[in-house]
Design a binder for this molecule. Structure first.
Ligand code: PXP
Length: 241
């Protein structure tokens, strides 16, 4: 079964816009789980413009499903993750000023760095995933870093989907099949939505997890948080049937 991990960064963005504590991110995580989310994802950035480091410590106390922390593994991030000990850490190569994650790792160039960082997390019993594009060579070298999983960066799929969904999914199916064959677990995320999620799951049914933030939180404005989470779960369910 593919798990739905709800990325709550946008809740923090909204809170930070006013400087107070509305909406409260801890409450949002508790409710997301109550409404059916099977995981909570956060992506603290060095400037703390969305999720703050202190939020991550607060969330650790209450998340009862799978806790996934994403981010660029600088020294501060590594320290945070090792202290919080989430179920999973997803390593993302985004520079501090990136608006959002916009590329996967070059696992050849960063092989030694990733291997060393992944070892630190494994020593603490934390599962690792690395954010990656569909290039087969990158996936091959991802395996050699020792990571447990890869997260497929799905923005190109989402962009191409409206024009030609079969063409949009093609490289993702090839990448996922290859990753599966060499023993990597596969997650996916970025710009997945009510429109494009079901087809993605249908074509890659062995996907372990999708992490979804922007579209899901935006849909909640119209459908409500509970309904929206249920609608995403239904898309996953339909994709698997
Ligand atoms: N996965 C990673 C690594 C991300 O950085 C993000 C965005 O923070 C997501 C998934 C979720 O993407 P979206 O907000 O577009 O659903």
């Amino acid at each position: 079964m593919t798990k739905l991990s709800v990325n709550i960064n946008k809740i923090a963005t909204l809170r930070n816009a006013r400087g107070g504590d509305i909406p409260n991110v801890v409450e949002a995580a508790i409710n997301a789980e109550r409404f059916g989310a099977q995981g909570i994802t956060v992506h603290p950035r060095p400037d703390e413009r969305h999720i703050r480091y202190s939020d991550v410590y607060d969330l650790k106390k209450i998340v009862s499903t799978e806790f996934n922390i994403e981010g660029y593994p600088n020294e501060e991030f590594i320290k945070l993750v090792l202290e919080v000990k989430p179920h999973q850490v997803t390593l993302v190569p985004d520079p501090p000023d990136a608006l959002t994650s916009n590329a996967g790792w070059d696992t050849i160039k960063n092989h030694d760095f990733l291997k060393q960082v992944i070892k630190k997390f494994h020593t603490s019993g934390i599962r690792t995933s690395i954010f990656i594009e569909t290039n087969i060579e990158n996936i091959k070298y991802a395996k050699e870093t020792g990571t447990d999983r890869v997260e497929l960066y799905t923005e190109p799929y989402a962009t191409d989907y409206p024009e030609n969904k079969d063409k949009a999914i093609d490289s993702f199916v090839k990448a996922a099949n290859y990753a599966n064959q060499i023993g990597l677990g596969i997650n996916a995320g970025h710009d997945l939505s009510l429109e494009n999620l079901e087809f993605f799951i249908k074509k890659i049914p062995f996907l372990k997890e999708v992490s979804i933030g922007h579209a899901l939180i935006s849909d909640s404005l119209y459908f409500g948080f509970e309904n929206t989470i249920q609608m995403y779960l239904k898309k996953i369910h339909n994709g698997l049937n």
